[in-house]
Design a protein around this ligand. Structure first.
Ligand SMILES: [Fe+2]
Length: 229
């Protein structure tokens, strides 16, 4: 948390990203546990908190218990992804926006927030999902980045099938080598990333094995990471 604060105020201090309950038992991987549904959701490429009024600036992520295989984290560079777009696609996405919603992305996994859930509900009950441009300008470097990912849906002005297909296609094209990096965790590792120009995802692992990670989220600047940013 102290390290994360060097980069700005925190959106939240520390959250477990874990399939282990506080009492040490494993969460069941049988569709009954909302915290597991969030872990599975995080296996889709995304930026953090794009579904909040202000998207996150970054995060510090630390590994405490890691599975024998799998459970890596991947990142993808959305500056390079924007640069790699064909000129006609660059022109096309420049004028488009999409709504971002955690209730939408988790809804695809059958996760609807209800009282008593194993997930806190953070981000699940945003009354007005933010509308964000598909092309974001990084506030420090001025570089253009593609802003898509699993929370993005419904591009105004497009039919919903076409909108879904375009958003999915952009993510698939964007998150390819040489723009991706995969980190194999060792307990004690800490990774910090810039959430304004990178997407990330978890790789699957055998959920009969524990994976315990902690996440500190650095708040974005409302001027650049707010809905008008
Ligand atoms: Fe994330």
């Amino acid at each position: 948390m102290a390290f994360a604060r060097r980069f700005g105020a925190l959106e939240f201090e520390l959250a477990p990203i874990s399939n282990v309950r506080p009492d040490g038992t494993l969460r069941p991987d049988d569709g009954s546990d909302d915290a597991v549904k969030v872990l599975k959701g995080n296996m889709g490429w995304h930026c953090d908190s794009t579904y909040m009024p202000v998207q996150a600036k970054g995060a510090v992520f630390t590994a405490h218990v890691v599975p024998a295989t799998g459970g890596e984290t991947g990142w993808a560079d959305m500056r390079a992804a924007y640069d790699a777009l064909a000129p006609d696609m660059r022109d096309r996405v420049e004028g488009l926006s999409a709504y971002h919603s955690l209730a939408y992305s988790q809804g695809k996994l059958g996760h609807a927030h209800a009282p008593g859930s194993a997930y806190s509900g953070y981000g699940m009950q945003v009354a007005d999902p933010p509308l964000r441009p598909l092309v974001k300008t990084h506030p420090e470097t001025g570089r253009k980045c593609l802003m898509v990912g699993r929370h993005a849906y419904r591009i105004p002005g497009m039919a919903s099938d076409a909108s879904e297909a375009l958003l999915e296609d952009l993510v698939t094209q964007a998150c390819q080598p040489p723009r991706t990096w995969q980190h194999r965790w060792t307990p004690g590792d800490a990774v910090i990333w810039d959430n304004r120009c990178l997407m990330h995802r978890a790789l699957p692992w055998d959920m009969s094995e524990p994976r315990v990670m902690w996440h500190s989220r650095i708040a974005g600047d409302a001027k650049s990471e707010g809905v008008a940013g």
